[in-house]
Write a protein that binds this ligand. Structure first.
Ligand code: ADP
Ligand code: MG
Length: 320
C-alpha cells in the first residue's frame, strides 16, 4: 500500500507535472510551502475551483479527463482575467488509494499542465469522498486585469468560439451516443489563454462563460452598473447543435447553457480593430454580439428587431 509520501512522489512530483524552480517559481513541491516571486510591475491572480463526485461529475468518470477538466476550468478563470499561468496547487480527497486511478488522473494533469505551461506547485492529499480542488496562480501586468466592473456604455460585446455544445454534452450524458462529443466539450474545454492575456489592457472587462452567456454577461453588467443589448442573429451557436435540435432550441441552449468556457470581452469602440487583429493572430474565433448600454438588464433582439426574452439564465448551485 502506497503511503501519502509515495503518492506525492510517484504521481504528483513527476517530471513534466511538478514545477521546477525558475524566475517566478522559487520552490515547488516538497517543503511546507511553495515560494513564488512576483516580478515588478506584475500582479498575482488567484482562482480556485472544486469538483465533487456526483455533484460536478458522475461516478466512475474517467480520471484522465476529470483531471483535464479540473485544471482547464481553472485556467479559464486566468484567461478571463487576462493572466498568464504560473502554476497550480491541488487538494485531492479520495476514498481509497487506487493506483490505476491515480496513474490516469496524474497523466491527465500532466498533459494539461504541459500544454498550458502551468506546473504543479504543491497541494494536499487526504482520504474522503472523491473531491478535487485546484487553485491556479497567474501573472498579469499591474492595473491591466480584465475585471468584471470595467464595462462602459457603448463598448462592443465580443464572444470567443461557439456556444452550447458543453450543455448538449451534459444533457446527453446518460445516453452517451457520442462519447467524443462528451469528452471534448465537457471534459476538455480549451482555456482561451492567448486571447485573454492579449486582451489585458485592451478589453474593458472580461469573464469566462461557465454558467451561460446571459448569466455571465449579467455578472459583467451588474458589476459595471450597466446593461446590454444583444443581437440574437450574431450569437455563435455551435454548428453541432443544429443537427440534434431545432434552431430555436439551439439558440436557447447557446444563451443559457453553461460549461463552454469561452470568453466574453467588452471593448471600447476605438479598440475594436486591435481586438479583432489579436483574435486573428491567436487563431481564435471572436464575434461581436452587441453593445453595453446605460439601461439596466440584458435585452435580446431577433433578426427582425423584435425583443425576445429567455427564461433560464444559467446554472446556479443550491437554487431550486
Ligand atoms: P504538510 O503536512 O506540511 O502539509 P504534506 O505532507 O501535506 O505537508 O505535503 C508535503 C509536500 O507535498 C508539500 O510540499 C505539499 O505541497 C506537497 N503535496 C501534498 N499533496 C500534494 C498533491 N496532491 N499535489 C501536489 N503536491 C502535494
Ligand atoms: Mg498538508
Amino acid at each position: 500500500m502506497l503511503s501519502e509520501f509515495d503518492i506525492i512522489r510517484t504521481f504528483f512530483n513527476q517530471p513534466g507535472l511538478g514545477a521546477t524552480p525558475g524566475e517566478v517559481t522559487r520552490l515547488g513541491i516538497g517543503d511546507d510551502c511553495a515560494l513564488l516571486s512576483v516580478p515588478p510591475g506584475k500582479e498575482l491572480a488567484l482562482s480556485m475551483d472544486t469538483l465533487v463526485e456526483k455533484i460536478h461529475f458522475p461516478e466512475n468518470a474517467p480520471p484522465e479527463l476529470l483531471a483535464w477538466r479540473a485544471l482547464s476550468v481553472n485556467l479559464s478563470d486566468l484567461a478571463a482575467m487576462g493572466a498568464t499561468p504560473v502554476g497550480f496547487t491541488l487538494s485531492l480527497a479520495m476514498p481509497e488509494v487506487n493506483e490505476s486511478w491515480l496513474q490516469h488522473f496524474s497523466k491527465g494533469l500532466k498533459n494539461c499542465a504541459e500544454k498550458f505551461q502551468c506546473p504543479l506547485l504543491g497541494g494536499d492529499t487526504t482520504k474522503g469522498p472523491l473531491t478535487m480542488t485546484i487553485q491556479v496562480h497567474g501573472l498579469v501586468s499591474s492595473g491591466q486585469a480584465l475585471v468584471r466592473s470595467g464595462a462602459r456604455a457603448g463598448d462592443s460585446i465580443y464572444v470567443s468560439g461557439s456556444l452550447g455544445l458543453a450543455a448538449l454534452a451534459v444533457i446527453q450524458f446518460d445516453e452517451a451516443q457520442d462519447q467524443t462529443l462528451l469528452e471534448e466539450a465537457f471534459y476538455k474545454p480549451a482555456p482561451r489563454l492567448a486571447l485573454g492575456s492579449g486582451a489585458a489592457g485592451l478589453a474593458s472587462a472580461g469573464i469566462d462563460i461557465s454558467d451561460g452567456l446571459l448569466a455571465d454577461l449579467g455578472h459583467v453588467c451588474r458589476a459595471s452598473s450597466k446593461g446590454a443589448e444583444i443581437q440574437l442573429a450574431d450569437i455563435p451557436v455551435s454548428p453541432s447543435l443544429q443537427k440534434s435540435m431545432s434552431t430555436e432550441e439551439a439558440l436557447a441552449l447557446a444563451l443559457t447553457g453553461g460549461d463552454d468556457y469561452e470568453l466574453i470581452l467588452t471593448v471600447p469602440p476605438s479598440r475594436e480593430g486591435e481586438m479583432e487583429t489579436l483574435a486573428h493572430s491567436v487563431d481564435t474565433p471572436l464575434i461581436c454580439i452587441g453593445k453595453i448600454t446605460d439601461a439596466e438588464g440584458i435585452t435580446c433582439f431577433d433578426a427582425f428587431g423584435e425583443q425576445r426574452t429567455f427564461q433560464k439564465s444559467g446554472y446556479q448551485h443550491f437554487n431550486p
